[in-house]
Design a protein around this ligand. Structure first.
Ligand code: SF4
Length: 350
């Protein structure tokens, strides 16, 4: 968490100034389909999404914000490009924050109108700068670099500050991990506004997870970033789960099942992958953090399993079950999943 940033409220979620790093995602339903969008938001909230963003691409989608908000309980951010009238319509429809790129809104008077509207509705604006949308003059001076991204974001910040608007969040994103990290670091040195961080267009699931883990993880580890989004070309539920995995790996926030499982080798006596996936899936809706070890043999297994809240270490015909560091059961390998399931339930009910 970044304690030197300003506190900004997005609906009932506060970010910056040492507040917990908030998890964000984005809907991929049609925003005009109120039912489908609200259903997806509620599913994402169930998986741990704390702030949701939806694309507002026309007047109907701006108006839909009002009705979607009636059906959800997490703050809703309207993502608007090009048309200031849509930004105003989304704010008037009850958006808890709007995300714009002032660079593509056009004339200063239009930006002024958005600022006035956000101010009167007491909502923040997120300035989003992508590596593809750096201001032309800055790009001519500094090239398409991390410093250019940071300077471009700062120029937009000053544009809004000059209109006496200080309720801002900033994001600097690109698909290049190192450039994004350096841009966020550069901006962090220049400003106290909270940052929403992520690697944009990170790609398909496997590649995107690696890029997001490195990018977001590196920044969080340097105390940069106040909200995060993992962007993946897949079901946004996976984005939210991955965001929690990154927060957990950084030792910042923990939620749900954390699996410690071995990579397997010639000594493996139980189906580690199957057990690990099954236990993770079966308890995917659990909010309480539990560390479960699934180890393939008794060589390293017991040591690792002892450090988890509960776990299993495979043996030739029988596996050993651990609970709070103690061996509590010896079960036939065929009954390993049942035994593990019982221990998880016991832990959840304690
Ligand atoms: S815990 Fe045992 S089975 Fe798993 S990788 Fe290590 S030695 Fe192999």
């Amino acid at each position: 968490m970044n304690t030197h940033t300003k506190e900004i409220a997005i609906g009932n979620v506060k970010i910056g100034a040492g507040n917990p790093i908030a998890v964000q995602s984005m809907t991929n339903t049609d925003t005009c389909d109120i039912e489908a969008t609200a259903t997806q938001i509620n599913q994402l909230a169930g998986a741990g999404c704390e702030i949701i963003r939806s694309a507002v691409y026309d007047l109907n989608s701006a108006k839909a914000i009002k009705y979607i908000k009636d059906k959800i309980s997490i703050p809703l951010v309207a993502d608007v490009h090009f048309d200031y009238k849509l930004a105003i319509a989304a704010i008037e429809s009850g958006a808890d924050k709007i995300r714009i790129n002032p660079g593509n809104i056009g004339k200063k008077e239009r930006i002024q109108k958005i600022v006035d509207c956000a101010k009167s509705h007491h909502i923040p604006i997120r300035i989003g700068v992508n590596s593809g949308s750096i201001e032309k003059e800055i790009q001519q001076e500094l090239g398409n670099t991390a410093d250019a991204m940071a300077k471009s974001a700062m120029k937009h910040v000053e544009m809004l500050e000059n209109r006496n608007f200080y309720n801002m969040v900033v994001s600097l994103k690109g698909s290049d991990v190192v450039k994004t990290i350096n841009a966020c670091k550069a901006f962090d040195k220049m400003s106290e506004y909270p940052q929403h961080i992520g690697i944009t267009e990170a790609g398909t699931m496997q590649q995107g997870l690696a890029k997001s883990g490195v990018g977001i993880g590196t920044l969080l580890n340097q105390k940069i970033g106040d909200t995060i989004r993992v962007s993946l070309s897949c079901d946004p539920i996976i984005e939210v789960q991955a965001a929690w995995d990154i927060l957990s790996a950084c030792g910042l926030r923990k939620r749900g099942i954390e699996i410690v499982s071995c990579p397997t080798c010639a000594r493996t006596t139980i189906n580690v992958e199957d057990l690990a996936v099954k236990v993770k899936n079966e308890f995917k809706d659990v909010i309480k953090h539990i560390k479960i070890a699934v180890m393939g043999c008794v060589v390293n297994g017991p040591g690792e399993a002892r450090e988890a809240d509960l776990g299993i270490a495979g043996g030739k015909e029988h596996s050993i079950i651990f609970y709070n560091g103690e061996i509590v059961e010896k079960v036939e390998n065929d009954n390993a999943m049942d035994a593990l399931r019982q221990q998880v339930k016991k832990y959840l009910n304690k």
